[in-house]
Write a protein that binds this ligand. Structure first.
Ligand SMILES: [Fe+2]
Length: 176
């Protein structure tokens, strides 16, 4: 057997790599278009972006005796989220997707909806942030599930989930 023929036979033993966009989840209704990994990552990035702006808005308007501590902690949360947005953008570029950064597009894709409530108490603000944390975590978990065939992306998203969960847990202690 020639070396070339042997090599070709060896290559044929390995199944072709699964394309990310061809992954079909059997429990999804077929008539609904499935989101690609890139779409899910981009949606998650948009949710993180709106969430970031929401945290910054809330960190200015909170009131109460714990103002300084809560204000500073919310800034830490915002910084953490801001860093994740950049990492998502970098990962999308790595996956050959150009993330658009046009505010109306970002807001329409985001599952976190910006809330303006200047009269809210600190507890109401934290409760709303906790709900938004849950939406962000749900987007992140969807991203992790979708990236099952892309281990680098899945590892990256899993690390983001861990960091976001830690901050979500800490923010609960700021309720008055
Ligand atoms: Fe600040």
């Amino acid at each position: 057997m020639s070396k070339l023929k042997y090599k070709l036979e060896k290559i044929a033993e390995f199944p072709p790599l699964v394309q990310q966009d061809q992954v079909v989840e059997s429990n999804q209704p077929q008539e609904q278009p499935l989101m690609s990994l890139n779409d899910v990552l981009y949606k998650t990035m948009c949710s993180l972006d709106v969430f970031y702006r929401q945290i910054k808005f809330y960190h200015w308007i909170i009131k109460g005796q714990n103002y300084i501590a809560t204000h500073r902690f919310l800034d830490e949360v915002a910084q953490m989220i801001s860093g994740k947005i950049d990492l998502f953008a970098e990962r999308l570029v790595y996956l050959k997707f150009t993330p658009e950064y046009e505010p109306t597009i970002v807001e329409s894709k985001s599952e976190v909806k910006y809330v303006v409530s200047p009269l809210a108490t600190t507890n109401e603000i934290i409760d709303n942030l906790l709900k938004q944390f849950d939406i962000v975590l749900s987007n992140l978990k969807e991203s992790a599930n979708k990236s099952i065939y892309d281990y680098g992306t899945q590892q990256f998203v899993t690390e983001v989930i861990y960091d976001v969960e830690v901050f979500k847990h800490h923010i609960e202690s700021f309720k008055e």
